[in-house]
Design a binder for this molecule. Structure first.
Ligand code: SF4
Length: 290
């Protein structure tokens, strides 16, 4: 498939830097995973300044054929959930990607400590996130949780909002954020809100066995992402409306908002954003000031 057509189709908005990144990734042969199916899968969505990035696990057969992430059964389950919030999740403000970009043999994820996975996370996911600087990262399943937050145990960690901010601390013994999650050094420039939830393929598996509990939690988590977005947006508008930015600009804390979602929170540091929101972790228990 012609990579230029793929880029045109997958990315309604794309920066020159991201185009270079995607062309380079298309040719990647850095690890053994590529040898299975000989095809790199690209991401999809806003490849310049997305508010959201959704990180899955790995492409499957449908994804490799079309060079688009999340278009198989799991993708349909995810997209069904996102369509409930049409005013929030759009191709223009979100990007969908994977922890690794080539399809593993038989769709079996090689594991967090696999050298191929590590190479791909360091080479591509890390670069993609730091290039795009999303405001919110949704971690779909354990692979993404491990790659971005360096945490294991999706069941224990799902539904908890955590803010990635370089060089700051810390979690209490229950895993609640007292201040901020310490970010792995290779994400040292990345600041973003993150929420972990189940991978939609696990949701489908549970639902096919008659277990609706997991699907309900998954729905709650996606709703929580939509709520967070609206909260951040309110915060942004509130800031503009009340001219807090003027008040604080003498301390260099806020810049004059220019309008548009592309600027959402752009001028806020993580710490300031967290202060604005009265950060308390804990997913459904999270308290917001609005
Ligand atoms: S899995 Fe990632 S690092 Fe390995 S060849 Fe594919 S794109 Fe490159």
């Amino acid at each position: 498939m012609d990579i230029n057509k793929v880029l045109k189709y997958n990315f309604p908005i794309i920066s020159d830097e991201y185009r270079k990144f995607a062309l380079e990734k298309d040719k990647c042969r850095k690890c053994y995973i590529h040898t299975n199916y000989n095809q790199v899968c690209q991401s999809e969505g806003n490849a310049k300044n997305p508010v959201f990035v959704f990180v899955g696990e790995a492409p499957g057969s449908d994804e490799i054929k079309e060079m688009r992430p999340f278009i198989g059964a799991a993708g349909q389950r995810l997209r069904m959930e996102l369509r409930k919030y049409k005013d929030v999740f759009t191709k223009e403000n979100a990007l969908i990607t994977n922890t690794i970009s080539c399809r593993p043999q038989g769709n079996v994820y090689p594991g967090d400590s696999d050298p191929g996975v590590k190479t791909c996370v360091d080479s591509w996911l890390n670069r993609e996130l730091t290039l795009l600087k999303p405001k919110i990262i949704v971690l779909l399943g354990g692979a993404a949780l491990s790659a971005v937050r360096r945490e294991t145990g999706i069941t224990a960690n799902r539904g908890k909002w955590k803010f990635l901010s370089p060089g700051t601390t810390n979690l209490d013994e229950n895993g609640n954020v007292k201040k901020y999650v310490k970010v792995p050094s290779f994400f040292s420039h990345l600041k973003a809100w993150t929420l972990a939830t189940f991978h939609p393929s696990y949701v489908i598996r549970c639902e096919s066995e008659g277990n609706t509990y997991v699907g309900n939690l998954f729905s709650q988590d996606i709703e929580s992402v939509a709520t967070m977005y609206k909260t951040l947006l309110s915060d942004y508008r509130y800031t503009a409306k009340n001219e807090l930015f003027t008040q604080d600009s003498k301390y260099n804390k806020y810049h004059t908002p220019k309008g548009g979602l592309g600027n959402l929170g752009l001028s806020l540091t993580g710490e300031q954003m967290a202060q604005q929101l009265g950060l308390i972790s804990g997913g459904a228990q999270a308290k917001f000031p609005y």
